[in-house]
Design a protein around this ligand. Structure first.
Ligand code: URA
Length: 432
């Protein structure tokens, strides 16, 4: 077989055979297919697409290109969740202890922040002592004992995807539904869970800008999981505005605690409960109604919060920071005030994410250290009425020099109008 022919087939709009796809991924992983040929192929896929069956085979081949986690000891109880990334998205910190409190087994590998979006591993590292690296045995034994462990992604998970993604990033070939779906799902499948719930974000702060794009991606990912013998469901959700009220690592952990203690933004709680209920349906075999009821009870009774404390402690984190979040080191605070009277009619989530990075909550380069105390607390959200001079957000940073630019960026990201906007939907659709 020649890579030249594989590229030519896709350029002509033909569907690949299973043999072609598996041969290509093996060769690319081993280094016998060079980057320039793989990039040419990725461009042909961007232009001509792939069938569902090609996408499932590509995903399976990339999943098998490196380590896979064996969660078979947990049977159908193992469950994972994945968000396509957003601003203020701390749902994993809330949803996973809820599901573990109900008896689900969550062995989760999470990522770091990327660009304007945050990452669960960075958030967890704001809890003193929390270890985001565990040996495979320690990881699985914690899931067995505590029901939940979250670590950083293992270095050799789906290496074919790692190489391909790096190429796509610099050859304008990220934007392809089958390539995105297979990239995300190859890592999720390699992580081993029997059931996977996907939160596909749509809007200004997300990768997918329209609901149609988000639903198409969600459908493809659910189909891939099913074709690979797993159970899956996807929620397509709004990321036009940041999720909840906090953007930034320690601030988001504190917000997660407040949701699990019965407080916080009701919309954030509603999304987390919906995600947790989908997970409970898939891993515990509950009906949707029973799952929804049990999820709400787990939060109201404090069982989910106690589960969060057990998990964090098992992983070396100091649970005193959860029971008393005032222990988290605070950065100096700076108020952003409303420039005019009116209603908040728009918030550009991506621009707010970028402002948080400027304050130190994210990295401009991979090597940069994060300031865990930095970030933004949103006081006024879409639909809220404001008077000129009212505080609409608080910026937290240890870099006083960043405050002016971040304040300007925040004000540019927020639109104030004369009339209250229509309420926005939070969950657009559920794909099962
Ligand atoms: N995230 C991934 O992991 N892969 C993509 O292709 C896009 C987003």
């Amino acid at each position: 077989m020649r890579m030249y022919d594989v590229i030519r087939h896709k350029r002509m709009g033909l569907a690949h055979t299973e043999q072609e796809l598996r041969w290509m991924i093996e060769g690319f992983t081993a280094g016998s297919i060079p980057d320039y040929q793989m990039a040419a192929w990725a461009m042909a896929v961007c232009l001509n697409g792939m069938t569902r069956s090609e996408t499932a085979i590509l995903t399976d081949a990339m999943m098998r290109s490196g380590d896979t986690v064996d969660l078979s000891r947990f049977g159908t109880r193992s469950v994972d969740k994945h968000s396509t990334g957003g601003v203020g998205d701390k749902t994993s910190l809330i949803v996973t202890p809820i599901v573990a409190a109900l008896g689900g087994k969550v062995a989760k590998m999470s990522g770091r922040g990327l660009g304007h979006t945050g990452g669960t591993v960075d958030k967890l590292e704001s809890i003193p002592g929390y270890r985001t690296e565990l040996s495979p045995e320690a990881f699985l034994s914690q899931v067995e004992r505590v029901g939940l462990a979250i670590i950083g992604q293992s270095g050799n998970l789906a290496p074919a995807d790692k190489k391909l993604y790096a190429l796509r990033d610099v050859t304008a070939t990220v934007d392809s539904l089958p390539l995105i779906a297979s990239s995300i799902m190859s890592k999720k499948l390699a992580a081993g869970a029997h059931a996977i719930v996907l939160d596909v974000k749509v809007g200004s702060g997300a990768f997918m800008k329209t609901r149609e794009q988000g639903e198409a991606l969600a459908r493809q990912m659910v189909e891939i999981a099913t074709a690979c013998g797993r159970q899956a469901a996807a929620l397509v959700t709004n990321m036009d505005v940041p999720l909840g009220e906090a953007v930034g690592n320690a601030l988001e952990v504190q917000e997660a605690v407040s949701i699990l203690q019965g407080g916080g933004d009701p919309k954030l709680r509603a999304l987390c409960e919906a995600l947790a209920a989908e997970m409970a349906v898939l891993c515990l075999g509950l009906t949707p109604n029973a799952a929804t009821r049990q999820v709400t009870e787990a939060v109201d009774s404090g069982a989910a919060f106690r589960q969060m404390c057990r998990w964090v402690e098992a992983q070396g984190g100091d649970p005193a920071y959860l029971t008393d979040p005032s222990r988290f080191p605070a950065a100096p605070a700076y108020a952003v005030t409303a420039p005019v009277d009116g209603y908040i009619t728009g918030m550009d989530a991506e621009a707010i994410g970028v402002a948080a990075v400027t304050l130190g909550a994210g990295r401009a380069t991979k090597e940069e250290a994060i300031d865990h105390a930095a970030g933004i607390r949103i006081i006024k959200k879409i639909g809220d009425q404001v008077k000129k001079g009212d505080p609409i957000a608080t910026l937290y940073t240890n870099h006083a020099g960043a405050v002016r630019a971040a304040t300007e960026a925040y004000l540019a990201a927020v639109t104030v109008g004369d009339t209250a906007p229509k309420a926005q939907e939070l969950i657009y659709s559920v794909i099962r």
